[in-house]
Design a protein. Structure first.
Length: 240
């Protein structure tokens, strides 16, 4: 059986919220899964982790899920107060963001250039930053997703377009929730509440959210949609 390494941030780590890797295994993934997610991870930090992980796990397939924190950390800095402290702490741990789409593109392509030959690579777009697709936050996300899509096409990599799947569902909501990481303390408390899947879905419902528990991290419905999108990409391109 082929092995798929999932390189990403808190969505891949599965906390807070529900992890899509666990859901992917649950719905019947045709490859063995190794999830290597790190909360707060940026493209720069993921690049540092990549080569040691490739040497340790020796996967045939790699999926890179990254970019949300490259957008969010500068947002946290502008919010000020405890959010600015959170951004500073994340960067102290190596999660330095690429603050423009062009810098993101250049760093992403450099990472791809350094990958070993024969490795099949998939790139995931950023699912959502809040559940209002037309928000300023998601318009910023769209610029980074355009970079990811263009890189996938240019370098002939597989594309896992979770942004398109998520936006398709969210645009059909009658009353989308504007909740988006409203309280700094919730970043930490939510990890405890959402440890069981039922807790994630309860919190999501209480906040009027559809696919996430806080506008970013997934509830069970969001994790399933994410996993189904990954599975569709894998089965179209890796199952023989």
């Amino acid at each position: 059986m082929e092995k798929l390494l999932l390189l990403g941030d808190s969505l891949t780590a599965g906390h807070p919220g529900v992890g899509y890797p666990e859901m992917l295994a649950r719905i019947g993934c045709p490859v063995a899964l190794v999830a290597e997610g790190s909360g707060g991870s940026t493209l720069r930090e993921a690049r540092w982790r990549l080569n040691p992980l490739l040497q340790t796990h020796r996967p045939q397939i790699l999926m890179v899920e990254i970019g949300a924190n490259d957008v969010l950390i500068p947002v946290f800095q502008r919010r000020g107060g405890p959010w600015k402290t959170l951004a500073r702490n994340l960067q102290f741990k190596g999660n330095v963001p690429m603050t423009t789409p062009e810098a993101f593109r250049k760093a992403f392509e450099e990472m791809l250039d350094g990958m070993p030959g024969g490795l099949q690579v998939f790139l995931a777009t950023i699912a959502c930053l809040g559940e209002v697709p037309g928000s300023d936050m998601n318009r910023a996300r769209n610029q980074y997703n355009t970079v990811i899509r263009n890189i996938a096409e240019k370098h002939r990599k597989g594309l896992v377009d979770v942004a398109r799947a998520f936006d398709g569902e969210l645009r059909n909501l009658d009353k989308p929730s504007a909740y988006f990481l409203n309280r700094h303390v919730s970043v930490f408390v939510d990890t405890l509440i959402t440890a069981p899947e039922a807790g994630a879905d309860y919190l999501s419902k209480r906040r009027g959210l559809h696919l996430t528990v806080d506008g970013v991290h997934l509830n069970s419905r969001g994790a399933r949609l994410y996993a189904e999108t990954v599975l569709a990409a894998l089965t179209n391109q890796t199952v023989h």
